[in-house]
Design a protein around this ligand. Sequence first.
Ligand code: EPU
Length: 416
Amino acid sequence: MDKLLITGGKRLNGDIHISGAKNAALPILCAGLLTSGDVVLHNVPSLQDVSTMLKLLRQMGLQVTQENGVTTLNGNAVDKLEAPYDLVKTMRASILVLGPLLARFGEAKVSLPGGCAIGSRPVDQHIKGLQAMGAEITIEAGYIHARAKKLKGARIVTDMITVTGTENLLMAATLAEGETVLENAAREPEVTDLANLLVAMGAKIEGIGTDRLVIHGVDSLHGATHTVIADRIETATFLCAVAATGGDITLKNTRSDILDVALDKLREAGVILTTGPDWIRAQMSGRPKAVGFRTTEYPGFPTDMQAQFMALNCIAQGTSRVTETIFENRFMHVQEMNRLGAKIEIDGHTAIVNGVDKLVGAPVMATDLRASASLVIAAMVAEGETLIDRIYHLDRGYDRMEVKLSAVGAQIQRVK
Ligand code: EPU
């Protein structure tokens, strides 16, 4: 199993090219199931989760070609309407095939994702929404079995804001009969990116980017060409890294307008940020100031950045309070950071981080994707060597992170 060996204390200087967003690419790949036309995608990131999704979609009969950085999907020959347990258990986003399969083929069988490291993460809202659209759904032997000759438009109010829930119902509604209204819809930029692709494929969607999506179902969708948006979480992860280590980096091929709250927090921590239409420059010297926050849905502070900002707070001046409101168990990195000398206490859904002068390298274990990224940041400021085990979590969602960080001066190497 691969590990990362990191020697801390290096400043970061140079340019980093940001990849396409994982959480936009995954639903967008599933949208390929909605049409028999070619869906041509640019800026699909090279990640383990993308490979897993493509493996699942190929098993269903989707044709996938990848040439010169362009991914082309063709759903003309899709004939296996099932997502098996062995793939779903490795990647919860597999649930995103449910809506498109049901809408286009009238049937889908998808393994129920189990709980995961960050929380129980049920999919009841996906099911509730599809049932409101007329689907008959049974759950048997660990599988969701959904059937509907033709989905019918409905008004759906989800109990909470759910990102993949919104995406699943949005994809299903594009081919339903009549009008679907999704109230309490997620407004994450990745949902908007999916909606923009669907519109390019011929879907009729109003309210894109708001919490009320109105979809007028059409008989069929056609092929389209689309560029996946930049990964805002990868962007903010590198910004946190430079905030912690000090230095001067410019992130290319990214966007600042979908990162407002995270950028405000970085400024509060002492980072000098300048932005352009597709780049962000971050300059940092001295010790960061502690920044408190509470995770919420977009446009609030992203839960996917909680761990990385906590790494920054570990070595900051002052004490911060970090409250996680989206997932019930997303503090697994805390014990590992404390092994590096951090002083963090957990009180329910809040972590109280007392900034220390320095961290000291030690062997640590990654527990989930964003926790892995936070340990990389902590290791880059820790004195001496840190060996991070179980970095397969990192590979699921970051495109060659150690290569990108080495290129700007980090001492980081992958060891077998
Ligand atoms: N929830 C339910 N029932 C549902 C759906 C959600 O109770 O049917 C709860 C969840 O348990 C959670 C909350 O609602 O407490 C929000 O979950 P959401 O459905 O929004 O999360 P998700 O769609 O499963 C996506 C991202 C996550 C990201 C969250 C929140 C993808 C593929 N995943 O997950 O990304 O943390 O939204 O923004 O888009 C990551 O990239 O590291 C990651 C975990």
